[in-house]
Ligand binder design. Structure first.
Ligand code: ADP
Length: 495
């Protein structure tokens, strides 16, 4: 099969979250199973800092925009780190040469509709210009979600029955714009219909993708079920319910080369399932020094890495942190993240008030993320919802026991510690009993009790997590199966 992945993020070229990890690895694993894969993404400035050579191609194009404007673009080329998947970059500096991918501290960039409609139209143009038959397009998130509808409307000249899968990495980000954005598609107004582009009088890119793609895929089976409910459906649950089994979930894998404690280039001491006790301890002492925390092998170190967004449970984490500080409980916290300015300032303040207990690095740092995973005793992910989540998978592999909400991919990957799961050796972490600060605090207390007073049980939990296989292999085969089914269903329906 010839599969084209449309994405705005892909490690190591551009990353704000898990989408990048998925699109930096999945295409290569699918390719190594014997398929042709390629990635098309915008040429953000960060692609030039990825450390992989980027070359020019002779493909350039011009796209008609409203008001008699013509916006040109050219195509650059590189490969994913595994070397077996070409990556084509849509280069148009007016849209993509900016400090951030989607917005800055003032909010989303005001021309995001134009930036990503241009990207979507340009991607179709590139697929046509490459001249190879495309068997299936996987669109990822709202930024490329209108591509199936564009193709079906005859935009860009690809076969209108080209099979498509829309992969949703987070339903909360939908790409909602006013109807004024519609002419940017280059389509006539009679295409602005509720069966495709129109949604409550405006545009909603994700909804357009959901109703137009042949299959909608999410990043965990539990999230695939949750998004059909009003609580997690973000207003799109009735549409998702109406699709029945055209919505499914495949759990993400991880890059087990990059996220491997035995080979990790970012940590001071490599370790494996035999040596994690001494290895993690050495990393902990080093991280304490790096982040300005007092050196103490015995104090529990709690790690947090991720977007500072309400989704990630900061309304529970901050009260629990404050409680620990107020009561003088012996815990250290190593936090890495950026996002909501209110959470950022609170963390800064807590760090200044309690430098012996709180280390907070506001920003994005892949090496530090690795070191926090390798050094912490516990890792917190009390997310309000979590499509898949990657940090809990990294934590499992790094022997860092996770405390999670039983939602989405967290429920699918972390086995709660109970008498039964301890006895049958399946326990890998702790679930919150309910979404509140008291449950988070209780779970931390339960975990620390085992960590310090039931060391044999703790070892079993760590060992079980470290030896589970979270490589992409299994999930990639599920994707390949999904692609094949989608293509053959489309052929049968088309006949
Ligand atoms: P989401 O996609 O919702 O942000 P995921 O857990 O699926 O959450 O993926 C987040 C990815 O981004 C992980 O690889 C995580 O390590 C990384 N990440 C998030 N914030 C930071 C940061 N500030 N510095 C380094 N890596 C980060």
């Amino acid at each position: 099969m010839n599969i084209v992945y449309l994405t705005t993020e892909s490690v190591p070229f551009a990353k704000t979250g898990g989408l990048a990890d998925v699109c930096g690895t999945l295409p290569s694993v699918v390719a190594s199973a014997g398929h042709q894969c390629s990635v098309i993404m915008p040429a953000f400035d960060s692609i030039r800092r990825a450390g992989i050579p980027i070359e020019r191609t002779d493909i350039s194009f011009a796209i008609d925009m409203p008001g008699d404007r013509i916006v040109g673009g050219r195509v650059l080329k590189s490969t994913l780190p595994a070397g077996n998947v070409p990556v084509y970059f849509i280069d148009q500096p007016m849209y993509y040469s900016r400090p951030y991918l989607y917005g800055d501290k003032h909010g989303d960039y005001r021309d995001n509709a134009e930036r990503f409609i241009f990207y979507s139209r340009a991607a179709i143009e590139v697929m046509k210009r490459l001249g190879k038959r495309v068997d299936l397009i996987q669109c990822n998130d709202w930024q490329s979600a209108i591509v199936p509808a564009l193709i079906q409307s005859g935009c860009g000249g690809l076969p209108v029955d080209t099979p498509t899968v829309l992969s949703i990495h987070n339903l909360a980000y939908q790409g909602s714009f006013s109807a004024e954005a519609f002419p940017l598609t280059g389509l006539p107004w009679d295409e602005f219909r509720s069966e495709s582009f129109e949604f409550y009088g405006g545009m909603n890119f994700l909804k357009t993708g959901i109703v137009s793609a042949d299959h909608v895929c999410t990043v965990s089976p539990t999230y695939a079920r949750e998004i059909k409910t009003p609580v997690h459906g973000c207003g799109l649950d009735p549409i998702l319910r109406s699709l029945g089994d055209r919505v499914s979930g495949i759990i993400n894998g991880i890059d087990t080369e990059i996220w491997n404690p035995a080979k990790d280039v970012h940590v001071v001491r490599n370790y494996d399932v035999e040596t994690w006790e001494s290895g993690k301890l050495e990393n902990k002492l080093s991280l304490q020094a790096e982040m300005g925390l007092p050196s103490d092998p015995d104090v529990p170190l709690i790690g947090l890495v991720g977007r500072l967004a309400e989704q990630k449970g900061w309304d529970l984490i901050l009260p629990v942190m404050r409680e620990h500080l107020r009561e003088g409980r012996p815990t250290q916290w190593a936090v890495l993240g950026s996002g909501d300015p209110v959470i950022e300032s609170e963390l800064q303040w807590l760090k200044e008030e309690h430098p012996d207990q709180i280390a907070a690095h506001i920003g994005f740092s892949d090496p530090l993320a690795h070191r926090i995973e390798a050094s912490s005793d516990l890792f917190l992910m009390p997310s309000r919802y979590e499509p898949c989540g990657l940090n809990q998978l990294y934590s499992l592999r790094y022997g860092t026991v996770c405390i999670v909400t039983a939602t989405g991919g967290l429920a699918d990957t972390i086995v709660d510690t109970t008498e039964e799961t301890i006895n049958n050796g399946t326990a890998t972490g702790f679930h919150l009993r309910s979404y509140d600060a008291a449950s988070l605090d209780r779970a931390i207390g339960d975990a620390l009790r085992l960590r310090f007073h039931e060391k044999e049980i703790w070892k079993k939990i760590v060992n079980q997590g470290m030896t589970r296989d979270w490589s992409w292999r299994k999930s990639a085969f599920q994707y390949i199966d999904l692609y094949a089914r989608t293509i053959s269903l489309k052929r049968r329906v088309g006949k």
